[in-house]
Ligand binder design. Structure first.
Ligand code: ADP
Ligand code: MG
Length: 233
């Protein structure tokens, strides 16, 4: 591929120090994540997936090694620059949806937009467009407890989308959903790639995710075990 990777991880190591015990969560992982593809990072529970995602997002600092996001090396950036990079280019989707319980769907979607210099009208237009894109226009005034799990995750996707990210990082986005609902969420994540040209990275142990992704990196005990590239149809 001639393009630059969207994300590059080089010789990454992460050790958690738990009292006198060291947990080697990520061990010498090197990988590239290519733009406008769906990449899955899979492995059983405890294999280091969330740790790797947090290191990519700059939410934690690796013990060794480097991460580049859109060509910028995170350890050469200060916290303010990393925060700006996260806000302006990354979207996050979590297993537990991460919605604020007292806010409506529309208000949840507008949260990341409030920190931007967008006037109210522009914000509302983006919120409406994002909710429409995930098919939830009619649920705009519902609060999370008035929505199903799948609908809550669609709100979370709308929230990520409204901020116009280049990269979406999803941690077990189908983990709390039945397989049919999970399938719909994966379809939306696929459409982020095909319709919005977003780079999607999904961390998961869901077999559906492994089948859907263009590239699958498998972690075991913090090591990159193998990388599979799906053949072009
Ligand atoms: P996964 O997301 O694949 O389930 P994690 O990245 O959460 O895996 O965890 C990888 C390893 O690091 C596990 O052994 C876990 O217990 C350990 N770990 C994760 N977070 C912490 C932490 N904050 N402190 C200590 N150990 C941790
Ligand atoms: Mg995890």
């Amino acid at each position: 591929m001639s393009q630059e990777p969207a994300i590059r991880v080089e010789n990454l190591e992460h050790v958690y120090r738990l009292g006198s015990e060291d947990v080697h969560a990520i061990n010498n992982v090197t990988l590239d994540i290519w733009p406008q593809q769906m990449t899955a990072i899979v492995g059983r529970s405890g294999s280091g997936k969330t740790t790797l995602l947090n290191l990519i997002a700059g939410l934690d600092t690796p013990t060794h090694g480097h991460v580049w996001v859109l060509g910028r090396r995170l350890d050469e950036m200060d916290e303010t620059a990393k925060l700006a990079l996260r806000r302006e280019t990354l979207g996050f989707i979590f297993q537990s949806f991460g919605l604020l319980p007292l806010l409506t769907a529309a208000e949840n979607v507008s949260v990341p937009l409030r920190m931007r210099h967008l006037d109210r009208q522009a914000r509302e237009a983006r919120v409406a467009e994002a909710l429409d894109w995930v098919g939830l226009t009619r649920r705009a005034r519902h609060r999370p407890y008035e929505l199903s799990g799948g609908e809550q995750q669609r709100v979370a996707i709308a929230r990520a989308l409204a901020a116009r990210p280049q990269i979406v990082l999803a941690d077990e986005p189908t983990g709390q959903l039945d397989s049919q609902t999970g399938r719909r969420i994966l379809d939306l994540l696929r459409r982020l790639v095909t319709e919005r040209a977003i780079t999607v990275v999904i961390v998961s142990h869901d077999p559906q995710v492994m089948r859907e992704a263009d590239i699958v990196h498998e972690l075991r005990d913090g090591h990159l075990l193998n990388t599979r590239v799906k053949a072009a149809p």
